[in-house]
Design a protein around this ligand. Structure first.
Ligand SMILES: [Zn+2]
Length: 249
């Protein structure tokens, strides 16, 4: 065997041996979208009821996610793993920054050392029913919770004049970064509504990721249009995880 062929064989053997040791990143990641974690029954507020997952159901869902072999991650993890996360990663997101995230969801996440990303609406932080700055500070210190921006006032961003759009998208990021001494990586579009101008504003503001409300997996190749799976009072999470795992599982 001549030297060239020998080196070739050694090189290929090396590749074959090293490959399984590397975590192969997925091009897509399932992102779950939650709103309220509470026991809530109100015939007059069907939408609020719909958006509520009971604390008991939520705890069971976290157990299910763990049993299915998923690791939770936040966007800071993605930003440091160039830029994808390993297989079997899931991202849990909570829109609007309701106070029940602190009282009902965070304790269950903490028990299991699971991570989540919360999107407070800046103008209502500290008002009744919403997270306070102190709660957010405490949760950030746990290393389990990341926050992103859900803008200043939760408006339809496609109907704003450029200066107002800039304030909603960029100023909210600056305010959160100033208040909590952190870098804000992701934006959650209010109502999931956006257009090209909104995406451009998100990029200009320095966000690395922006979240949609359309159904599907988050695609790292489209970081400003990351789809999610809504979890509400009727979601069959076991079925969803089975579907994500592919037909063989
Ligand atoms: Zn919202």
């Amino acid at each position: 065997m001549n030297k060239k062929i020998l080196f070739g064989v050694i090189f290929i053997l090396g590749l074959v041996c090293v490959q399984p040791a590397l975590a192969i990143p997925d091009a897509k990641v399932p992102i779950l979208m939650y709103h309220y974690i509470r026991n809530y029954h109100s015939p007059k507020d069907k939408i609020g009821e719909r958006l509520s997952v009971s604390p008991a159901d939520f705890a069971a869902q976290l157990d299910l996610i763990q049993r299915a072999g998923y690791q939770t991650a936040v966007f800071a993890d993605a930003a440091t793993t160039s830029p994808r996360l390993p297989s079997k990663t899931i991202i849990l997101t909570f829109d609007d920054g309701y106070r029940d995230f602190y009282t009902a969801a965070f304790p269950e996440l903490k028990k299991r050392r699971m991570k989540a990303v919360v999107y407070p609406i800046y103008s209502v932080i500290g008002t009744s029913d919403y997270l306070t700055k102190e709660m957010i500070t405490e949760m950030l210190a746990s290393g389990l919770v990341e926050i992103g921006s859900h803008t200043l006032n939760h408006l339809d961003l496609t109907h704003l004049k450029p200066a107002k759009l800039q304030a909603e998208v960029f100023q909210s990021k600056l305010n959160l970064e100033r208040d909590f001494g952190i870098k804000i990586l992701s934006l959650c579009y209010p109502y999931g509504i956006y257009d090209r101008a909104v995406i451009a504003a998100a990029k200009r503001a320095g966000y690395l990721y922006a979240l949609d409300t359309k159904t599907g997996q988050g695609d790292w190749a489209s970081p400003y249009e990351m789809k999610r799976y809504r979890v509400d009072d009727s979601t069959n999470l076991a079925g969803l995880l089975r579907a994500l795992g592919g037909p063989s599982k």
